[in-house]
Design a binder for this molecule. Structure first.
Ligand code: SAM
Length: 239
C-alpha cells in the first residue's frame, strides 16, 4: 500500500501534482474566500474534532510558543491558541492570510521550507492539512527541526489512508467522484479540489510518513488515526 504512492512521492512525481510553490500559493489564494466553509462542508463537520485532537496531541502549556505552519486562514491556529498558548499562524498565501486577518491570532508570511524564525525559537510546531501541499515535504520537516527547541513537539495532521479495506474503497470513491462535484457547488475554485483528491491519493500512508519524519531528524515518532484513518495525527519529539 505504501509502495506505489510513496515511491511516486519520493521520486518527486506527485501523481502529476508537480505544482511550483508559486502555483500552490496562487491556488490557495483562489480558494481563500470560501476556504473555511468548503472545509466544513467537505468534511461533514469532522474538521472541528480533527483540530481539537491536533491541539490535544501537541499538549502545549500556557505561555508556550507554537508555530502553526501552512495555517491558511488561521482556523487551525485559533484552536491551538486555547488555554493561553501563544500560537502564531504562518503561511505563504497572501490570499489565505488576508481571508483570516480578522482572527485574533498573530499571522506572519513565510515558506515552510525557509521559515522566518531563529533556530530553536518555538516550543512546538503544528502543520495541519499543509505538509501534503509543500513542494518538498522532507525539506520542510528538516526546517521544522531547526526552529523547534530540543524537547519540543511536532504534530502533523494530514489526510491519510483508511485502514479497513472496505472503508478505504468507499472513501476513494468519495474522493475521486463525489468530492469534486460537491466542491463545484461550494468552492470558488473547484479545480483545487480535484487537486485535493489527487494529492491525498498520492500521499504516503501512516508508517511511510512516520519513516520520513524520523529521517528528517525527529525522535519518538508515533501516530494515531482519526475517523478510521481518513486523517492521521503524527507526533514527534525534537531530540
Ligand atoms: C489546506 S490549507 C490548510 C490550512 C489550515 N492549516 C487548516 O488546517 O485548515 C494548506 C495551506 O498550506 C499552505 N502552503 C502550502 N505550501 C506552503 C509552503 N511551502 N509554505 C507555507 N505555506 C504553504 C497553503 O498556502 C494553504 O494555506
Amino acid at each position: 500500500m505504501t509502495d506505489r504512492r510513496d515511491s511516486a512521492h519520493t521520486a518527486g512525481r506527485r501523481a502529476g501534482l508537480d505544482k511550483q510553490p508559486h502555483e500552490v500559493a496562487a491556488m490557495f489564494d483562489g480558494v481563500a474566500r470560501r476556504y473555511d466553509l468548503t472545509n466544513t462542508v467537505l468534511s461533514a463537520g469532522r474538521d472541528v474534532s480533527w483540530r481539537r485532537a491536533t491541539r490535544e496531541a501537541l499538549g502545549a502549556r500556557p505561555g508556550d510558543v507554537v508555530l502553526d505552519v501552512a495555517a491558511g486562514t488561521g482556523v487551525s491556529t485559533v484552536e491551538l491558541a486555547a488555554g493561553g498558548v501563544r500560537a502564531v499562524a504562518c503561511d505563504f498565501s497572501q490570499g489565505m492570510l488576508r481571508a483570516g486577518a480578522w482572527r485574533p491570532v498573530p499571522m506572519v508570511a513565510g515558506d515552510a521550507m525557509a521559515l522566518p524564525l531563529a533556530d530553536a525559537s518555538v516550543d512546538g510546531l503544528v502543520i495541519s492539512f499543509g505538509l501534503r501541499n509543500v513542494a518538498d515535504p522532507d525539506a520542510a520537516l528538516r526546517e521544522f527541526a531547526r526552529v523547534v527547541r530540543p524537547g519540543g513537539t511536532l504534530v502533523v495532521c494530514e489526510f491519510s489512508s483508511p485502514t479497513w479495506a472496505p472503508f478505504r474503497t468507499v472513501y476513494t470513491e468519495y474522493l475521486m467522484r463525489a468530492l469534486p462535484r460537491i466542491a463545484t457547488a461550494v468552492s470558488s475554485n473547484p479545480d483545487a479540489y480535484v487537486y485535493l483528491a489527487e494529492s491525498i491519493r498520492a500521499w504516503p500512508d501512516q508508517p511511510a510518513l512516520a519513516t520520513r519524519i524520523q529521517a528528517a531528524g525527529w525522535a519518538d515518532v508515533e501516530w494515531r488515526d482519526l475517523t478510521g484513518g481518513i486523517v492521521a495525527l503524527h507526533r514527534a519529539r525534537r531530540p
